[in-house]
Design a protein around this ligand. Structure first.
Ligand SMILES: C[S@@+](CC[C@H](N)C(=O)[O-])C[C@H]1O[C@@H](n2cnc3c(N)ncnc32)[C@H](O)[C@@H]1O
Length: 303
């Protein structure tokens, strides 16, 4: 299994402005790349690291020992962080999405390149991707593919799924991928035609956008004044949520009339530190293709 290479690691951790005796949250522990890097910056800092994936937590136990007593590893969702973290903190970092370990383990069912059960759950959620494609109504399926995958052929794919499942339910990732490839043959130079459908199902199964929205609100209540929130996102749906939250909270909500100043609804609770998102350097993009779509946005909590 490939090891997860952290994306925008130096940029995201530098954004936290690590200080002596600081307490930080890594909401997406994964393989512990960010967490270790934060703990290595300064021997006096503590980190609460969360992951909804039990496998990531089990694999992280060795790091808990290595950095004892400074690393507190918690199995849970970042959307629940205000209940899971017992104190106010100086910084929170989120590196959202799936890890390479999750994508590259066929049994987890995230990949359309390797066969595995059609699962896609990062943690203990109720529905698997198979439950959705085998039981949801045609219009519900089409809406999911359109909304979370921005898939233009959502209606066609949903129709074909319904036709096929009448004969035999979908069980595996390749089974579904082959159906999509049948509807939309691969074109040279374009992404695999199954990409958007798989993204949409994964986002829906794990309620990824809802989790992100809850995490941003939770971060507001957990951060001490001057505490930093740094978020790395990997696609436009996530980035839009982060961008809007930061704009609204810092008093920069764009006016519907572009010629008028931003609308300020309430006293700002954050100061925006990145007017434009930070992206990976060419060197990082060449070394790690996953970093190509990454965007880092940073804001500081106001008193
Ligand atoms: C991109 S990886 C993070 C990699 C990590 N920064 C590193 O350096 O190893 C994302 C991780 O976040 C976890 N994750 C995704 N959504 C989550 C959520 N809502 N709550 C907690 N963990 C989540 C995934 O299970 C995965 O392990």
């Amino acid at each position: 299994m490939s090891r997860h290479i952290p994306v925008l690691l130096k940029e995201a951790v530098a954004a936290l402005r690590i200080q002596d005796n600081g307490v930080y949250v890594d909401g997406t522990f994964g393989a512990g790349g960010y967490t270790s890097f934060i703990l290595e910056q300064n021997p006096t800092v503590h980190v609460y690291a969360l992951d909804r994936d039990e496998t990531a937590i089990s694999a992280g136990r060795a790091l808990v020992k290595k950095y004892a007593p400074r690393l507190h590893l918690i199995h849970g969702c970042f959307g629940d962080m205000s209940e899971l973290i017992p104190e106010s903190v100086d910084g929170i970092v989120l590196d959202i999405g799936v890890s390479s370990m999750q994508i590259d383990t066929p049994e987890r069912g995230f990949s359309f390149q390797k066969d595995g059960p059609l699962d896609m759950r990062m943690g203990q959620t109720r529905l698997t991707a198979a439950d959705i494609v085998n039981t949801f109504k045609e219009n519900e399926l089409a809406d999911i593919l359109f909304q979370y995958g921005e898939e233009k052929k959502s209606r066609l794919i949903a129709k074909k799924i319904i036709e096929r499942r009448k004969e035999k339910p979908f069980k595996t990732t390749l089974d579904l991928a082959q159906l999509i490839h049948g509807c939309m043959p691969h074109k040279e130079g374009e992404i695999d035609s199954a990409t958007r459908t798989f993204q949409a199902l994964r986002i829906y199964v794990n309620d990824e956008l809802g989790e992100l929205e809850r995490a941003l609100i939770a971060a507001k209540s957990l951060l001490k004044p001057a505490g930093i929130l740094a978020v790395v996102s990997f696609h436009s749906l996530e980035d839009r949520i982060v961008k809007r939250f930061f704009q609204e909270q810092s008093g920069h909500t764009p006016n519907t009339n572009k010629h008028l100043p931003p609308v300020q609804k309430e006293k700002p609770s954050f100061e925006l530190l990145t007017k434009k998102p930070v992206t990976a350097t060419l060197e990082e993009k060449n070394a790690n293709p996953r970093s190509r779509s990454a965007k880092l946005r940073v804001a500081r909590r106001l008193a």
